[in-house]
Design a protein around this ligand. Sequence first.
Ligand code: AMP
Ligand code: GLY
Length: 445
Amino acid sequence: MPETNDPARAAPSHTPPRARTTNVLLIGGGGREHALALRLSQSPRVGTLYTTHPENPGLAALCKPVDVPVNIREIYRLRQFIDKHAVGLVVIGPEDPLAEGYADKLASPTTKVFGPTAQAALLEADKAWAKHVMRAGSIPTADSRVFTDAESACAYLSTREHPPVIKAAGLAKGKGVIVPQSLDEALNAIDRMMVKMEFGDAGKKVVIEERLEGVEASVLALVDGANILILPPCQDHKRLRDGDQGPNTGGMGVFCPTSTIAPDTMARIERDIIVPTVDALRRDGIEFRGVLYTGIMLTHSGPKVLEYNTRFGDPECQPLMARLRSDLLELLLAACDGRLHEIDVRWDERPACCVVLASEGYPEKPRTGDVIHGIDEAAELPDVFVFHSGTRRNAQGDIVTAGGRVLSVTALGETMQAARARAYEACERIVYSGKTFRTDIAAGI
Ligand code: AMP
Ligand code: GLY
């Protein structure tokens, strides 16, 4: 792997492809995929790296664009592209293509897919089914009930002493969970989900669950159907504003590793949560291959599952990739081939801190089109990675904001505080109108 840590400078390897290189297609267009693309591009065994999202300037710098439409109805066109360009590995980043069945449709004897099948991805795409899996595996989680009509849901809420948490069962871009402070707020959440259908079909079914108290952590594991490789735990900051105030977002910043999970608690999470989840799926005939991400609440009575995701977290992936020292291609292929038990993954000892720069109005109504200055100046700092989450080039060639989360500014440091200071120094060099970020990512860690 080249020694540079700077994604802006880390161009794909220009050495001619050697025998036995693998062409890789990366599906997805955010900061998570930019981080994956960086590490894939640094693997000497990757031939050509293709992206479905060349409008992301970070991905455009590292990958060749796919020149066919990318959607599930015309998936045969992506299949043809894969055959024509001898793509040996497809890596699926986001939850939507997983839930739509891209993994099922793209896998073939000549093409491996990193990412679970649609059925396995239901663990994330249907929170009601996830609760069923947890019950089947005796996995610690909040008590819950599932409702498909608003009237019964409201009647149930009225019997609760404390307002429980209301979750749209389907995919809602990280915004379908409401933690109400009062019964009125809880009833309003039901109205928004089940009557006004603000989350579309995702809110047709809701999970109402006991509110848990404690510190949260994200534990991600690579799973190859049977073997599990647990990645260093991360701590996300889901609320928009400092001090965990404001609405839930997709994640405003994250640090890795988190010291809030003691080693014996990690062992417990593996034994009581991750292994039984994979086993419960296997008993249902489902082989999970990909990333199993468990959102954990560390409660007084031990770790409990808040949610599953079936992919790398965004932004958890960014600090993980910043710290990864092993060859990412080898790792992903081992997960596809059922060889994770042979892998000895190496990490940079140094911690990483990632601060998300968002746009004005995120998460409700992000404004786009603001010209961004200073990305190169930020990326020049040592051990800083500026991953593009939601950016584009405008007609003049300027990089502009193009989504709610704009850049994931990630830094390594000798200590967490050094990583944090460096990430914030880089954030200060980046300037655009409406720049929105939390100032307390990894504060006091
Ligand atoms: P999820 O998308 O299910 O992880 O939920 C988003 C956020 O809502 C979590 O990160 C928690 O902060 C919060 N949350 C979800 N479920 C619960 C729960 N049962 N008790 C307390 N907070 C929760
Ligand atoms: N950072 C939370 C997620 O990826 O869902």
